[in-house]
Design a protein around this ligand. Structure first.
Ligand SMILES: CCCCCCCCCC/C=C\CCCCCCCC(=O)SCCNC(=O)CCNC(=O)[C@H](O)C(C)(C)COP(=O)(O)OP(=O)(O)OC[C@H]1O[C@@H](n2cnc3c(N)ncnc32)[C@H](O)[C@@H]1OP(=O)(O)O
Ligand SMILES: Cc1cc2nc3c(=O)[nH]c(=O)nc-3n(C[C@H](O)[C@H](O)[C@H](O)COP(=O)(O)OP(=O)(O)OC[C@H]3O[C@@H](n4cnc5c(N)ncnc54)[C@H](O)[C@@H]3O)c2cc1C
Length: 664
């Protein structure tokens, strides 16, 4: 059977309304319409071609990214795209570049931390891209430990200026995207010093380059930090370094919405939590969770379509071979990833709601939910990006040898995606923030304060610490209350176990250091509970379309039960379930895989990705894999000539046994 016949046959088997599922995936009919229109607008424009990124030199790749960015900006203006449309348009451009940092970090940092006057001055320039900005926080010596940054901003009352200085090599800014070659400005984080006193890290708007000829301003040393992981991939981004040599900026360029420095040099501390200074990171972490579902879906779409096209073994007497998607091992690796894509989509929707809610509360000076918002954004960013990076790599392996080809789309996707485990907060460091939050919540349980939000379940500690799961047969694992209870009991018991172990240490910080590995596991268990509970909550909503809810139910329970299988040690060692109940979960999982199987291709079609966005010969909508693999191979520059360059110098001497003449 040809690839296109395979996929057409798969699509005919679907038991649900794919068009309605597309709307559930997009979040609303309107969101679907925008996403569909923007992705096709990008795909139809030859400037956004991505086919030769792997064979471009770094300079070519970078210049091509500038070209794409300029073209995108021109189209956004000509077509009067809304903010929502232009964000999605840039996303489907699928080209990491300075625009990401300008719009996602520089502009939000000014919006969140600038005074009204500062916003009035800087935002119109930034919104029209008359200045281009980046987010310069990380230094050569410190990234995770923000309080350990070394760059100084010393107030000089004589000139009413701050003097920015990099006192050591390790204080050089290192990593900011867009800094190396493009940005004219940056929001720079530096230690504020007034009257010889260090007030800790604060944000400043700093001009870096001359607006006429783009040269760095005197007192500024700046450049790109060099080639990063993978061909093409994130190398389109100019991650940069920056050093200040007593560089002066006016006082009104300190971001002063939170704390201030007066004309006399008096420091006026913030009367709101100083952590609001970290607000830009919280906002980006929230969007990274939604992006995780997109990246996971992209990899899964490629692996699912290819698994339906690919056949190996199983033929008798020359008949058709088995589609590899029919092997239970393939399903056991692939279907949980498909379920994870949907799970991350829905938790991303919820996190967006939570973030909007906390933002509105902060505007009304209600800071009560800030720790929860920080824990959720940090923990879910960590959990979903780790799972997605691993998932993309698993999808590559699911595609066998061809998955290793650049044109499968998976190596580049992995190389672009994997730094998400590090940027915007290292995943272990962020998960430890969740653990701290959990330890505080557990410590307060005896005080009578009922925990709220995502830790509300801890208020039922008495029950959850001693309950035994009442699962008796495999179908019980489709009971939402029973599944939730298992995840709640496991998460609570792991957190309480850490808290009890902490008590054994006289010094709590030392205890925390000793127990770091267990604390991370407790944080992950809590985050997995959040994802499962938000998926279950989604099923309780009104979901339209023939068979759509049924498919979502299958995916939800596949997500939950595969986690039980993967983290069985946690569930058994906390006595949350018995080995027999675990075995029933496995039986149920196998049955769910069989139910999902005929719908697999339609479930990835529901992502509505264009072939342009997927960028994969293996994941093509028409399944026409083999002829296109040949086409791609023939395009490789090595195939430009039949006899390769270097033949006469380095190959012929071997064959003719005249190695003395080889030019070594
Ligand atoms: C194939 C091609 C595909 C192409 C695809 C293209 C698609 C593009 C999509 C792109 C998507 C996104 C683009 C993003 C681009 C990424 C850019 C990356 C940018 C960066 O990385 S910027 C730098 C980020 N840096 C960090 O994240 C640093 C991490 N560290 C910290 O955040 C903190 O320092 C900390 C570790 C969390 C805290 O450390 P510490 O405890 O020492 O901190 P403090 O003493 O300052 O605070 C203590 C107190 O405060 C609480 N707290 C900490 N942070 C926050 C917060 N943000 N909000 C609220 N509260 C906070 C902390 O919990 C403590 O509370 P406690 O006292 O214990 O109650
Ligand atoms: C592609 C990319 C883009 C980036 N873009 C930007 C940008 O635009 N702007 C910007 O300012 N920065 C940017 N960064 C920097 C990024 O935010 C930092 O690299 C990140 O915050 C991690 O910090 P680090 O590099 O100092 O890691 P480190 O903290 O040095 O981590 C090294 C190891 O130590 C472990 N570790 C560290 N602290 C602890 C602890 N307390 N407990 C247990 N383990 C610990 C970590 O888990 C990790 O395994 C970017 C980075 C990358 C890779």
């Amino acid at each position: 059977m040809e690839g296109d016949d395979n996929l057409a046959h798969e699509r005919n088997k679907a038991e649900f309304d794919v068009n309605e599922m597309k709307i559930v995936w997009a979040g609303s009919r309107q969101a679907f319409e925008v996403s569909n229109r923007m992705s096709r607008l990008v795909a139809s424009d030859p400037v956004f071609d991505k086919s030769n990124r792997a064979v471009m030199t770094r300079k070519e790749l970078f210049k091509n990214t500038l070209r794409k960015s300029a073209h995108a900006w021109k189209l956004i203006n000509e077509l009067c795209l809304s903010d929502e449309e232009s964000t999605i348009f840039k996303y489907f451009m699928d080209q990491p570049g300075f625009l990401d940092l300008h719009w996602r970090m520089f502009v939000p940092a000014i919006k969140g931390q600038g005074t009204e006057e500062q916003k009035q001055k800087w935002l119109p320039l930034a919104n029209k891209m008359q200045i281009i900005g980046c987010y310069a926080q990380t230094e050569l010596g410190h990234g995770s430990n923000v309080q350990g940054l070394e760059t100084t901003a010393t107030f000089n009352p004589q000139t009413d200026q701050f003097i920015l200085h990099s006192p050591t090599q390790t204080s050089s800014k290192w990593w900011p995207g867009g800094l190396g070659k493009v940005s004219t400005h940056a929001v720079v984080y530096a230690r504020l010093i007034t009257n010889g006193k260090d007030h800790g890290v604060h944000g400043f708007i700093v001009q870096l380059r001359n607006l006429d000829d783009h040269s760095p301003l005197p007192g500024i040393t700046i450049g790109d930090i060099g080639v990063k992981f993978g061909n093409g991939a994130y190398n389109s981004m100019d991650n940069g370094f920056l050093m200040f040599d007593k560089f002066c900026i006016p006082r009104d360029q300190m971001l002063m919405r939170l704390s201030k420095v007066t004309r006399e040099g008096k420091y006026v501390p913030s009367d709101v939590p100083r952590q609001l200074m970290y607000g830009t990171m919280v906002s980006v972490r929230q969007t990274i969770v939604s992006n995780a579902s997109v990246a996971m879906a992209r990899a899964v779409c490629i692996a699912t379509r290819y698994s339906a096209v690919r056949r190996q073994f199983g033929s008798q007497n020359g008949g058709v071979e088995t589609q590899v998607i029919d092997y239970k091992t393939q399903q056991n690796r692939l279907f949980p990833l498909l379920a994870s894509a949907y799970a991350f989509r829905f938790v991303g929707e919820w996190l967006k709601w939570l973030y909007t809610d906390v933002t509105q509360r902060l505007e009304a000076s209600d800071f009560a939910t800030l720790p929860e918002a920080h824990a959720c954004t940090a923990g879910l960013k960590s959990m979903t990006t780790s799972a997605t990076s691993d998932g993309i790599e698993e999808c590559r392996k699911l595609c066998g040898g061809h998955g290793y080809l650049w044109c499968s789309g998976l190596p580049e996707l992995f190389a672009v995606y994997v730094p998400a485990c590090t940027y915007e907060g290292d995943n272990v460091v962020l998960q430890l923030q969740v653990a701290r939050f959990l330890m505080k919540t557990v410590a307060q349980l005896s005080s009578g304060n009922a925990p709220a939000g995502t830790t509300a379940y801890m208020g039922r500690a008495k029950h959850l610490l001693q309950c035994r799961s009442s699962i008796q047969k495999a179908e019980d694992w489709l009971n939402p209350a029973m599944v939730l209870e298992a995840f709640e009991a496991r998460a609570l018991r792991m957190a309480v176990s850490c808290a009890n172990n902490l008590k054994k240490f006289e010094n709590q910080e030392q205890g925390f250091s000793e127990l770091l590995a267990d604390l991370v596991e407790a944080g992950i268990a809590h985050c997995q509970l959040i994802v499962v509970s938000k998926f279950i909550a989604k099923l309780e909503r009104d979901i339209k379309g023939k068979g759509v809810k049924n498919q979502l139910k299958n995916l939800c329970y596949i997500y939950a039960l595969h986690l039980i299988h993967k983290h069985l040690g946690d569930f058994l060692s906390t006595n949350t379930i018995t080995p027999e109940q675990a075995s029933l979960a496995n039986n149920q999982l196998r049955s769910l895989y069989s139910q999902l199987r005929p719908n697999a291709v339609a479930l990835v079609d529901a992502f509505d990705y264009t072939d342009h966005y997927l960028g994969s010969v293996l994941g093509r909508y028409d399944g026409n894999v083999y002829p296109k693999l040949f086409e791609e191979a023939l395009k490789d520059p090595l195939n430009d000539s039949v006899v390769p360059d270097g033949y006469h110098e380095y190959i012929r001497p071997f064959i003719k046994q005249d190695l003395r003449s080889a030019r070594l």
